[in-house]
Design a protein around this ligand. Structure first.
Ligand code: SF4
Length: 349
């Protein structure tokens, strides 16, 4: 396989086809970090709006480190996977408190390996994010392997090892290092990621117009549609969550902040009772049901809306007006329930 020909063709393809996105127009490592964390589980269109809002409010690592976690979570609200925001906030604080140089724009502040290992030492930064910041901001020779890159590599090398297995991760990492363009690692990483996102797509890629078709073993062996191979998924864990939304006549309600090491840590929600199955609906109480899928869990959820003359005393709960709920960091599920309730005239009147 002619690596330098692949570099040239991918680079040309990138120049002609890449999307113009704000994090590609900068080499500020902080901005690149924020964009990469947002894009880990989020599509570009949705992520762009969050990125712009986040960077406007927290334009540098100092402002992020100095913010309250609750505010950071509010800016993340709706993106899901809140541990990403908590980790980023923790990492920013650690960098500032310890005077770490990893985000210093001075290219000579640290050696390449010190910089890369420094990123890896921070909460929430794994090999992908460390490689992305190091190569995009400083042009350091580390691969950035997201799902798009795994797909392109598996087809290019016709590799049937499941990319998410221990053996697969090691093998693909070696392939990525072998193919990396060490003269222009930042541009090469951008090009192969964008090529996977826009051209070598999961279903029916347009191989006939592909600039690297001549090098693609998957194309030559007619295995493209089967690649990449993924490990069998573990079954989702079912959970049953029963929430009670108490509402007084003047639309006061109760919420509490989750503290345990579980989903939605530090977000607010309505009083919860978790059980082995959903509690039975009551014809005298309005209830709303949802099924909510997270990466490893399937949540069966019932919200009971109880109109009361006085709010009960429940440990750790605070009284807030229903209208002010938007001021709190809430899970996407809680937001869905609130939106549904606002559409029920008899409640919001
Ligand atoms: S030939 Fe098809 S499968 Fe191979 S890299 Fe190009 S688009 Fe992807």
């Amino acid at each position: 396989m002619n690596h330098s020909l692949i570099h040239t063709k991918l680079s040309l393809w990138y120049e002609q086809n890449h999307r113009i996105l704000p994090w590609r127009e900068t080499n500020d490592p902080y901005c690149i970090w924020v964009s990469e964390v947002i894009l880990q589980q989020t599509r570009v269109n949705q992520g762009l709006e969050y990125y712009l809002r986040f960077i406007t409010r927290f334009p540098d690592i100092e402002s992020l480190a100095g913010a309250e976690e609750a505010e950071v979570l509010r800016y993340w609200q709706g993106l899901g996977y809140y541990s990403r925001a908590r980790n980023m906030h923790q990492a920013a604080k650690r960098v500032i408190e310890n005077g770490m140089q990893v985000f210093s724009p001075d290219p000579h502040a640290l050696s390449a390996e010190e910089r890369y290992q420094g990123f890896l030492s921070l909460p929430g930064i794994g090999e992908y994010t460390a490689g992305a910041i190091a190569s995009f901001a400083f042009d350091l020779p580390y691969p950035a392997m997201d799902g798009n890159v795994y797909r392109v590599l598996s087809r290019l090398y016709d590799c049937e090892i499941p990319f998410d297995s221990t053996e697969g991760k090691k093998h693909f990492r070696q392939l990525a290092y072998d193919l990396l363009d060490r003269k222009h690692p930042g541009k090469y990483n951008s090009a192969i990621m964008e090529f996977g996102a826009l051209h070598c797509v999961p279903k029916s890629p347009d191989c006939e117009s592909c600039p690297i078709q001549n090098s693609c073993l998957g194309y030559a062996h007619h295995t493209v549609e089967w690649l990449p191979v993924r490990k069998t998924r573990t079954a989702l864990r079912d959970r049953y969550l029963n929430y009670t939304i108490y509402l007084t006549n003047d639309l006061q309600t109760l919420i509490y902040r989750r503290t345990e090491n579980d989903i939605w840590k530090h977000l607010y929600e309505f009083p919860l009772e978790e059980s082995n199955q959903l509690l039975p609906a009551d014809k005298n109480v309005i209830s709303i049901d949802f099924t909510h899928i997270l990466s490893h869990q399937r949540l069966h959820v019932r919200f009971f809306i109880k109109k009361v003359s006085e709010l009960p005393l429940i440990p750790n709960c605070i009284i807030v007006s229903f209208a002010s709920l938007d001021d709190y960091a809430l899970s996407r599920l809680t937001l869905r329930a609130i939106e549904s309730i606002r559409r029920i005239d008899s409640i919001s009147e």
